[in-house]
Every structure is written in C-alpha cells, then in structure tokens.
Design a binder for this molecule. Sequence first.
Ligand code: 6R9
Length: 649
Amino acid sequence: MSPEALFAPSDDVVAKTHVNATQYEEKYARSVNDPDGFWGEQAKRIDWIKPFTKVKNTSFKWPDISIKWFEDGELNVTANCIDRHLDTRGDQVAIIFEPDDPKAEARHITYRKLHEEVCRFANVLKGLGVKKGERVTIYMPMIPEAAYAMLACARIGAVHSVVFGGFSPDALAGRVNDCDSRVVLTADEGRRGGKSVPLKANVDKALEDCPGVEKVLVVRNTGGDVAMKGSRDVWWHEAAAGVEAVCEPVAMNAEDPLFILYTSGSTGKPKGVLHTTGGYLVYASLTHELTFDYRDGEVYWCTADVGWVTGHSYIVYGPLANGATTLMFEGVPNYPDAGRFWDVVDKHKVNIFYTAPTAIRALMGAGNQFVERADLSTLRLLGSVGEPINPEAWMWYHKQVGRERCVVIDTWWQTETGGFMITPLPGAIATKPGSATKPFFGVQPVVLEPESGKVIAETEASGVLAIADSWPGQMRTVYGDHQRFKETYFQQYKGFYFSGDGCRRDADGYYWITGRVDDVLNVSGHRLGTAEVESALVAHPKVSEAAVVGFPHDVKGQGIYCYVTLMASETASDDLAVELRNWVRKEIGPIASPDHIQFAPGLPKTRSGKIMRRILRKVAENDYGALGDTSTLADPAVVDDLIANRKNR
Ligand code: 6R9
C-alpha cells in the first residue's frame, strides 16, 4: 500500500467530533489572523482568579525575544485541575493506577481523594518551608504520588523539576544543582518489569554532590530497605500524619513559572526548559480535548512517564484540567509478556490510548498472538508521539490494535512547545500513515531552506521546520540562561522559532517530520545529545577522544554508535568496550547505553580540527559508499581504518 493512502474520518467520528473539517478551516484561519480574539475566547475554559485584560504579547524579532500570554491574569493550576471539578465530578475517578505487578491491586483515585492528597502533600511541603517560586526536584516512579507531588508544588506556587527515574545519580545531581533545589521528593524504590529501581539509593549518591539540598521526602512504595539520613530524610507518611487535607490554592500570575523540565540539546549540558502557568494550562487542556476528541467519562491512557513532557501535559495537566480519567501505568510494555498493554486496555476499558513508535515496533516484533488474544473493543482512538512513526508501524497499529476502526493520530511536538503542534484533529483531518498532518490552532509552521533560511513558499517543500509566531504553550526561557534560550531557538533563523527537526510538506500541505537535523539523538523516543554521551566517554580515564552519532535502529528508531580513541598507553579490547558501555550507563542512565563502540586510532577531522560527523554517520549507517567530499580531511587514511573496523555490518 502506498504510504500516502488517506484515511478519512468516519461518519460516526464526524457526528461526535468537537471540530469537523469546516470548523477546522474557519477556526484555524481565525487563530492565526486574530490570535487575541481566538485565544482570549479559548482561555475561558480556565477559571481565572483575576481575569486577564491582555492576551498576546510576544516577539520573535531578534534579539528581542519575549513571550507573554494573558500576562495580567491570575490563576492556580490545581484549582483548575481539581477543585473546580469537585461539585460536578467529585466521585468520578481522576487517576487509575495500574501497578507493574499485574497481580497487585489497581487503585482508583477520585477527584475528591485527589484533592485531599494534593492538599495534604502541599501542607507537608509548606511545613518544610517550601515557598512560592522555590524549585523542588521530583525523582519518583510512575505512581500517583508523583502526580500528587507535582500538583502540590503547583498548589503553593513552587516550581517542580521532575527528573526521569531512569537517570543516573550523576545526571540527577546536575539537574538538582542547576535549579538550586533545597528539597527533593523521591520514593524508596520504583518497580519496572519485575525489577526494582533504587531511587532513594540513587538520590543518596547524587546528593553527595548537592550541598544545597536540606530535605528529602521519601514515599514508601515497595517497602524495600533504604537508609534514612539523620535530619535530612523524612518519610512522607510520617510527615503527612495528622496534617490537614485542606490547603488554599495560591494565586499565581499567568507568567509565573509552573515547572522546569531538563531536555537535551545539540551542545553542552541539558537545559532547563521553563514553562509558565496560564498559557501552558490553556494550551495543554485545549490540545488534550480537541486532539483526542475527549468526551466526558472516557478512560484515557498515555503510556509515557511523568519524567518527560508527554507525562506532564498529557498524563497530568491536560487531562485533569478537562476532568478526565487518566491512567498511570508503573510498568513496561513487555512484562510479564508482550500483551501487557492490551491486557490493561481490556482491564480498565480504555477508550483512548497514546504511546510511542518504539513501543509499537517492539510489540509488532513480538508477534500478533499477544494483541489478538485481547478484546480491545473499548478503544476508539490511538495516538503516537516521540519520533517519526514509519508507515509499517502505523499500519500495524491501525490494523492489529485499532482493528481498522480506530482513529490513529501522529502528534508532533516537543518539550519546548508544551503541547501538540502538528497533529490530525480526528473529526477534521484525513490521515496518512507516517504524517503528523496539519498544524493545531495558532501554530504557523514554515519550511525553511537549511542554508539560506529562506521560507519556501511552494506547498511542496523540504527543509527545516520552524514556527513563525508564538502559541500559548511555548517555553519562556532556559532556566537561568535566557541568552542560551535565544541562541538555541531564535538565532540561526531570525524571526522564527527553530525546532531542530527536518520536514517535508507534500502537495496536500501535510507535514512529514523526518527527524532531528542537529546533533540530538532520538533513542526510543528519548532525546539525547551526542555531546552528552561524548562527554561521558571522555570522562573515562582511558579515553582520549570520542565522537557519537546515531544510526537507524529497527526498534529504537535510532541507536547510539560511538567512536572512541584511547589514550596512547591503552589497548582496545572487548572487555574495555563493555567497561565503557557500563560507564556511560552509570554516567547518564540506561537510556544512553551505546549500541556499538568502535575503537579508532584517529577520527576524521578537517584541517581546522573539526570532526566530520557526516563521515562518521555514513560509516555507522553502513553506507560508506557515498562518503562525499573527503578532500578537506587532515588525514584521509583514518577513513579506511574506520570502514575496515566498522561494527554495524
Ligand atoms: C513530545 C516529545 C521532541 C523531538 C522532536 C522530534 C521528535 C516528537 C514526533 C517526533 C516525528 C512525531 N518527535 N514527536 N518526530 N513525529 N510525532 O517527544 O518531546 O522529548 O522534547 O522530543 O522528538 O525530533 O524534536 P521531546
């Protein structure tokens, strides 16, 4: 079948949709021609403590980058995600928790219970002296307490920084220090795929390098043995005993920070992407409702981790702002077997399911018997996020999971964008397998010529993807480094937000994201800078130099290929390769595990000393027949050695 095949929305979908094709065209035009009018109206979906009088005040004009939405309004995110639902849906389930162990009992947390838990948590934080504007680091497993912790911060105006539980102590320490957290929230252990994750022990290790941390609040999750350190460490259940379950939400300015989330870029250490309160919440809740076409009473499941932006916007903030029932899953797709996702869908009667292409490809590879044994009749809509979805995986998702009756949507967005940017709206836009299709309201994508930065006016275009004007969910700055924010996103292509992705626009105006055009890898949907892996490698005493590139990987999307030059005194060996692989896991975390380590006596460099990554990529892709121009190399002979010893044959 041609990858360009069209899947038009069915009559049934159109009959029930929030937005049909005509409405999409009309509203999209209004959203870009009259953003003040459009967003001023949309923002009414949120309860404001003090109404805003200004809507949009933004500039992408170099060097005066400034982004403000609803700037004189005041609100509290948790009042919107919890309190306002209490009268109408206090007894409705807000969060379904499905534990890693399929035999352990699921938990159903109503909006009333959520209110209690968040208030109590917020009072405990206040008791520890946490103030409005203070940064609190959260390093937790995928348990409801992670959501309580985030919401408790938002309730009192503290800024949370959630660090994915799979990151190493070193990676955690860097993030804690970068945002000066005084308080860290964690759990004794997490559980994934039947194995325990030593979160508290990792925190202990990390904090050896974090002199600013005074308090660690520990949730008892597995009951595993952990060391509690003197006055620093406090059990959550002890601190919460007897604490009142009422805590007034603090009024926040629309532009007060809500959270920081660290993400990898093409250079340097991960940056703290900062999102603020008003615009983010309007955007997360509107995109959640329209893109999933969410209807009251439906069970919605996003399989991401709260350690990533997808977990922030589409497990916690978007769904709860909309009064939805959101499912949190502690486990992994293949435990106890490759049918776990589908068992959970049947068990909790999930209507909307949102996951990543890497999981789809892995489950596709496990064989159809796992998906065939499930009923899946409650499913209505399937979503994909995190990396380009290849048409084969899209079709498998559509046929095997969706049984050819569910809508499949591929949603393109980023940590920086806060919410969906290019995505089908189910009742409005016919889909094509592998395309994220059309822009969401208010989003103005442009395709630029990579070299000149010229906007390509023709509909059919291929180049880099940029956005011409601001939308409410946009990040506001890099925490503590506004200059880096400006330089990363606005300097190279003046007047635009540069996404770092390449794309193609077809004759129908559909967008096809082709992947990163910078030195960012996307491994199983996780962003990783090649520079981060390189600096981990060169921190090893036996390594002199390292260069890291991605290569196409059947399941992970991209794999990690490392070229390593050893110190003159060292000898290459398989054992040393294993040692270096483990070293990188320890320095960053298991997601950064190299797939291949090739020892190279020299790296291909220009005469000015620049590593020619283009050549390294070609060798890693096993496509060295087309190396292109190598005449600028200082020593062309190194290329022969690279090819002779390549690992990815
Ligand atoms: C939400 C999220 C962002 C990068 C982005 C792009 C890739 C995400 C995609 C996609 C093709 C999609 N990406 N969704 N590529 N199609 N539907 O994943 O945020 O972790 O910041 O990653 O992921 O390369 O630039 P984040």
